[in-house]
Design a protein around this ligand. Structure first.
Ligand code: FES
Length: 161
């Protein structure tokens, strides 16, 4: 589909997607940076935006999905404003990482790998975040919280909107 044919296509933040596409127009090997920027825009990759990128760049949609599902940095489902990474590595595990994760799941009402309905939090697990001395540890966005206990979880989460 040409640019003329996509002119009537309407979805949230389309103008910003257009700006991203314009930035890379005529350059080669730009699919991944385009997808990264589109993801930064929405916090994930909505289907409409991917279809639009396919139409505008001429890259088949199947190829785009192939790239998106290959790289773990891309996400096809909405993500929370705050990303929690609860460490389940060995050092954290032996110091109660599992009970911290269970407290997070209980407090948020979701399981690891899921996002709250209000899109406030996404809960993930990681193998080690390199702060084993503070075990058990979790990261919320760029913040590291260490020496956790299940009792501390509610108060910590309250600091993130
Ligand atoms: S095992 Fe958790 S920070 Fe290393």
């Amino acid at each position: 589909m040409s640019r003329k044919e996509t002119e009537g296509v309407c979805f949230e933040k389309r103008e910003q997607v257009d700006a991203i596409l314009a930035e890379y127009e005529g350059k080669k090997g730009t699919l991944i940076p385009i997808l990264q920027e589109v993801q930064n825009l929405y916090n994930y990759l909505p289907r409409e935006a991917l279809e639009y990128v396919a139409e505008r760049t001429g890259v088949p949609i199947a190829e785009i999905y192939g790239v998106v599902t290959f790289y773990s940095l891309f996400h096809l489902d909405p993500r929370g404003r705050n990303i929690i990474r609860a460490c389940q590595g060995t050092a954290c595990h032996v110091r109660g990482g599992k009970s911290v994760l269970q407290a997070l799941e209980k407090e948020l009402g979701i399981k690891a790998g899921q996002t709250t309905k209000d899109l406030r939090f996404t809960l993930e697990t990681v193998a080690c975040i390199g702060a084993c001395g503070l075990a058990p540890v979790m990261q919320i966005n760029q913040d590291t919280h260490g020496r956790l206990t299940p009792e501390k979880i509610k108060t910590i989460l309250a600091g993130y909107r």
